[in-house]
Each structure stands twice: as C-alpha cells, then as structure tokens.
Design a protein around this ligand. Sequence first.
Ligand code: BTN
Length: 265
Amino acid sequence: MMRDNAQKELSVDGIARYLPADFKLEKIQVYEVIGSTNTEAKRQAVKGASYGTILVANAQTAGRGRVGRNFYSPRDGGVYFSIILRPALLRETTVLMTVAASVAVADAIEAVCGVYPKIKWVNDLYYQEKKVCGILAELVSNPHTGTPDAVVIGVGINCNAEFPEELMEIAGNIPPVEDAKNRLAAELSLRLSKLEEMISCGKFLPKYRENSMVLGKWITLLQEPGSLYYVRGIGERGELMIEDKNGMVRSLTTGEISIRLATAD
Ligand code: BTN
C-alpha cells in the first residue's frame, strides 16, 4: 500500500527529468533491491567500469557503513547511491575526497530540500540532531597491478524511513519533498561526477568548516573509551586537529576513527 508521503518511483527516466540533456544516462543503473550498491560498484570497477558509473537502489539487503557497521536501507526508505571515480591523483586526494564528498552531498540535499545538514567528521550528515545520511568511500585496487585505481563513493540518504527502535534516537529523515528520491539521485549524479573539479577549485573546505558540528566542541574517540579531546580545527587536507586536556595536539586523518560529541565536565 502507498503511504501518503511515499516518494515517486526511482527510475532512470525519473532521474533524467532533473538532469541536463547532455548527461550520459547510460552511466546510471537503477536497482529495485540490491545487496549493497558499493559492493556491486567495486565489483564493476574491478572489471573496468568507466569513470562516473552510477548505481542507485530502492533498497539494500546488505548496506554497509564505515568501520564494518551495517547501514539500514529499507525499501522506499531512502536513496542508496554509489559512483565509481578514477581520479588522476588517487592517493593524494582520497582523504580530501571524503571531505569534499560531504559538502557535495550536503549541497545536493540543500538543492532538493532547502535545508543544509550539519557535517560530523568525517562525513556523516545530520538534520535536527539526527543522522540522515552516511557516506562510505572505498578504494578499489587494480587486480593486475595491486594498486588502487578507482574509488567508490557510496551515499545513503534517509528520506522516508521508519526506523527500528534501536535506531530511532540516532537516525532521522531529511524533510519530505515531492519526488525526492529521483531528485536526490540526479543532484548526487551531477555533483559527485564533478568531485575532482570541486577539489581543485578548493572552495569546499570553508563550507565544510562552517557546517561542522564538531569544530570547537569536545569529543570522545570511540576507539579510546573515556577519552576527551577539544576540536581545534580542520586542516587543509581535511584532518581533524584535536587537543587533549594537557594541551597536546594531534591530527586525525583516518576515516576508521569514530567520534562522539562529549562534554568537558
Ligand atoms: C556510514 O554511515 O557509516 C556510511 C554509510 C554509507 C551507506 C551507503 S548506502 C549506498 C552505499 N552502499 C553501501 O553498502 N553503503 C553505501
């Protein structure tokens, strides 16, 4: 049964309505249900899929998040999107890419819903204090050389999800908008295909800092239970500069670290 606020069906034609006429629609694959768009994108990347190949799904049965977590991806509950990029300066740009992707995705949400999410380092997006979007960037190695030659950027945006009890406190939806899923998929396609250009023009870092929900706050590193750090800044390469209670400053550069807001007392 359709819910009153059900989003229109996700389809290539539906997405095309919001794309410029010259966008290569053959780059876009839409799945009703898939295990994980990132896993499938990585499989296709290994087989040589071209720059800008896009996979979008209505539901995932094995959606993956950072640090080995699951990503809740119920049918009609959101947009589950992955894109294959093959940046020229892969090693140099990977960390910055995850940071730039947060801004590109937040811009996409703003373009569709009119609200700008807050960014929790590295790349979780929050609206009204709840996580509405997660981003997972994964390197793909060339099977012949063993060196990375592609990156898959996966984005999950909750649009209309009903969450199980254990997620209700922490997960939320973006505001409801007519045909949100096709519109979001189009905005993500446009913005993430141009991620390298966004990185080279360098304007995303001020926006990232401006919308950060951790800058100037106390945090705990989940990998160091009981730890307490003050977030001093976000560096030119997207690294988090944190200071402990003794004034020792260190930089976090890896997305394999998770943080939680804390209070100093
Ligand atoms: C996180 O919150 O830790 C990242 C979540 C990333 C979820 C997206 S949904 C589309 C793509 N496919 C996946 O399996 N994961 C990403």
